[in-house]
Design a protein around this ligand. Structure first.
Ligand code: AMP
Length: 547
C-alpha cells in the first residue's frame, strides 16, 4: 500500500475541493452573523499562509491564537498546520501570569488576537517578545504596532501546500498542571487526522455532510473536541458562536441556524435547560438531533431534563492529552428495551472507548483492576491520538514505563468496558469546564500571614459542576476572614477561580505519609455544601463568561 501521509493538508484540500460550498457561520461579538464557506476559509488559508511566511513564520514555529469560535480561527486551524507551522490556541480565561508562562514555554513567535480580546492580550502581551501581533477587527482600529488580519490576507499570494511528514507537529494546547506550570500537549498531523476520522464515525460523535455542527466548546480547548477538523473532512456545516454563550444566545443560534449536533460542557447545558423549561415553545429545536456533553460528569438530571424536551444528550469523556476524544456513551442496542433506570444508569457513565483507544485501570498497588464495575483504579490510556510526553518533558510521571498515559481519573469499568469516573487523583477543581489548581490556591493561601495550613478541595455545585472550597488552620492568635483571603488570592488568580467558601478548623486530617486527606474533606464538605447551596450566591463572578 501507499505510504500516504495522514496530514491535515488533505483535510484542508478536501474542504476546498469537495465541500467548498458548505457554510461557515460566525456570530460576531456584537451579535451580528457573518457567513462564509469552507471553500472560502480554505482559499483564504492559502493567502494567510504566505502572509505568515512573509512575516518569518517557518517550519515548526508556533503561531498563537487568542480568538473565539469564529471563521478566522478556522482559517488559522487550516493555514498554520498546512504550512508546516504549529497553531497554538491560548485560553483567554487564564490569569495573565498563566498566559505569559504558556507563551514563553511554547516560544510563540506570532499571535493573532480578536479585537474583543485585546484587553486580555494587554494583560500579558508585554511579558513575551511576540514578533508580530495580528488583530482580527470588527470595525475598530488596529492599535499601533500591530497588523491587521484582513490586510495581511489581502497581501498574501495563495501558496501551494508543501508535502509534510504526518508525524510533525500541527497544533499545541496547554492543560492545567496540578501546580503552577501548565503543560503543553503537541498534536501531530497524524493524530488529528485519525482523531477526526474516529470522531466522525456514526457511533462516536457521528459527523455527516448533512449535519450542522455548533461547537460551544471553545476552539482554544482541545481543538473544540476535534469538531472543526471533522466538519472540514466530512463537509458538515459549521456554526461558530463567538463569545456570547449565555443560554438565550446559544438557543437562538441552535434554532435560527437549524443546528443538528452541538457540543459543550455540562454547565452550558444546565443553563440552557433552565431557559427551555421556562419557555419551552420559544425555540424551535426540531432539527437538533443530539447534544454531546463532556469535559465534566453529566448528571442524570441533565439527561432526564433534555429527554423531556425530546432532545438526546450523549456523554463523552476526553482530555487535552487525548486530542480529546476518549470514550462515548452511546446506548447499546440491547438496552433499548431495558428499564429506563438501566438506560439512565448507562448514559450517566463516561462510555466506551473509541476505536484505537486502549484503556486499562490500575489500583494503588499497580495491579490491573477487573472490569466488574466494583474494583476501582486509575484510568490509563494509549492510542494514536494520546500524548506520549508533555512539551519540554514536563511531568514525566504521567506516562508509564510501558507507554500508557495516566489520566488521573479514578474509574470503575463494567463488563462492557464502559467507564464510570468515581474520583480524581489529580489535585484540580473543574469549574464550568475550566481548571483551578488546588495546590496553587493552597500555596497562595499559606503565604498569607495568618494562615498556618490550607487544603483546597472540589465540592459539587449545581451550576458549575464543582467549586473550590478552602479548609484552613490559622496561626496562633492570628485572625483573618474570607473577604481578606479572597483579596489576597485575587492578585494571582482569575476571579472565577477564587473559592467562595472557607472553613476554619483546628486540624486538617492527614494521611500516614503526611498528605492532606482530601477524600475525607471532600466527603465532609460536599454534603453541607449541597444543603447550603444557593444558586445565585455561590457561582463565580462573570456568569456565562466562564464557559
Ligand atoms: P481537559 O484536559 O481540560 O479536557 O480535562 C480532562 C478531564 O476532564 C478528565 O481527565 C476528567 O477529569 C474530566 N472529564 C472530561 N470528560 C468527563 C466526563 N464526561 N465525566 C467526568 N469527567 C470528565
Amino acid at each position: 500500500m501507499d505510504d500516504y501521509p495522514l496530514t491535515l493538508t488533505h483535510v484542508v484540500e478536501r474542504a476546498e475541493r469537495f465541500h467548498g460550498g458548505r457554510e461557515v457561520i460566525s456570530r460576531r461579538p456584537d451579535g451580528s452573523i457573518a457567513r462564509t464557506t469552507l471553500g472560502a476559509c480554505a482559499r483564504r488559508a492559502r493567502r494567510l499562509a504566505s502572509a505568515l511566511a512573509g512575516l518569518g513564520v517557518g517550519d515548526g514555529d508556533r503561531v498563537a491564537t487568542l480568538l473565539w469560535n469564529q471563521a478566522e480561527h478556522l482559517e488559522l486551524y487550516f493555514a498554520v498546520p498546512a504550512m508546516g507551522a504549529v497553531v497554538h490556541t491560548l485560553n483567554p480565561r487564564l490569569h495573565p501570569d498563566g498566559l505569559a508562562f504558556i507563551a514563553a514555554d511554547a516560544q510563540d513567535r506570532v499571535i493573532v488576537v480578536d479585537e474583543s480580546l485585546l484587553e486580555v492580550f494587554a494583560g500579558f502581551g508585554d511579558t513575551h517578545p511576540f514578533e508580530h501581533v495580528i488583530v482580527v477587527t470588527h470595525g475598530g482600529a488596529v492599535p499601533d504596532g500591530m497588523a491587521d488580519y484582513e490586510d495581511l490576507i489581502g497581501r498574501g499570494a495563495p501558496v501551494a501546500w508543501p508535502v509534510l511528514d504526518e508525524r510533525r507537529a500541527a497544533a499545541l494546547c496547554y492543560t492545567s498542571g496540578t501546580t503552577g506550570r501548565p503543560k503543553g500537549v503537541i498534536y501531530s498531523h497524524r493524530a488529528l487526522v485519525l482523531h477526526s476520522m474516529a470522531a466522525a464515525l456514526p457511533d462516536q460523535l457521528g459527523v455527516s455532510a448533512r449535519d450542522t455542527l455548533l461547537p460551544v466548546v471553545p476552539m482554544f480547548h482541545a481543538n473544540a473536541w476535534g469538531l472543526p477538523y471533522a466538519a472540514a473532512l466530512i463537509g458538515a456545516r459549521l456554526v461558530l458562536p463567538g463569545p456570547r454563550l449565555d443560554p438565550g444566545s446559544v438557543l437562538d443560534l441552535l434554532a435560527g441556524e437549524r443546528v443538528t449536533v452541538t457540543a459543550g460542557v455540562p454547565t452550558v447545558w444546565m443553563g440552557m435547560l433552565a431557559a427551555l423549561d421556562a419557555e419551552p415553545r420559544r425555540w424551535d429545536l426540531g432539527r437538533l438531533d443530539r447534544l454531546i456533553v463532556g469535559g465534566a460528569a453529566v448528571p442524570r438530571s441533565l439527561l432526564e431534563g433534555y429527554d423531556r424536551h425530546g432532545l438526546t444528550v450523549i456523554q463523552a469523556w476526553g482530555m487535552t492529552e487525548t486530542a480529546p476524544l476518549g470514550s462515548v456513551g452511546r446506548l447499546p442496542e440491547d438496552l433499548d428495551a431495558g428499564e429506563s433506570d438501566e438506560r439512565y444508569a448507562f448514559r450517566a457513565r463516561q462510555g466506551i472507548a473509541v476505536p484505537f483507544m486502549d484503556i486499562r485501570a490500575r489500583d494503588d498497588d499497580g495491579e490491573l483492576v477487573a472490569w466488574d464495575d466494583t474494583a476501582m483504579g486509575e484510568l490509563e490510556v494509549r492510542g494514536p491520538w494520546v500524548a506520549a510526553a508533555y512539551h519540554n518533558g514536563q511531568a514525566p510521571d504521567s506516562f508509564t514505563p510501558d507507554g500508557w498515559f495516566r489520566t488521573g481519573d479514578i474509574v470503575r469499568i463494567d463488563h462492557r468496558g464502559c467507564l464510570r469516573i468515581c474520583d480524581r487523583a489529580k489535585d484540580l477543581v473543574k469549574s464550568g469546564g475550566e481548571w483551578i489548581s488546588s495546590v496553587d490556591l493552597e500555596n497562595h493561601l499559606m503565604a498569607h500571614p495568618a494562615v498556618a495550613e490550607a487544603a483546597v478541595v472540589a465540592v459539587p455545585d449545581e451550576r458549575w459542576g464543582e467549586r473550590p472550597l478552602a479548609v484552613l488552620t490559622l496561626k496562633d492568635g492570628a485572625r483573618t476572614d474570607p473577604e481578606e483571603l479572597r483579596e489576597h488570592l485575587a492578585t494571582d488568580f482569575a476571579r472565577w477561580q477564587l473559592p467562595e467558601r472557607f472553613e476554619f478548623v483546628d486540624v486538617i486530617p492527614r494521611t500516614a505519609t503526611g498528605k492532606f486527606k482530601k477524600s475525607v474533606l471532600r466527603e465532609r464538605y460536599s454534603a453541607t455544601h449541597l444543603e447550603d447551596h444557593d444558586s445565585n450566591g455561590h457561582g463565580p463572578d462573570g456568569g456565562s463568561d466562564l464557559l
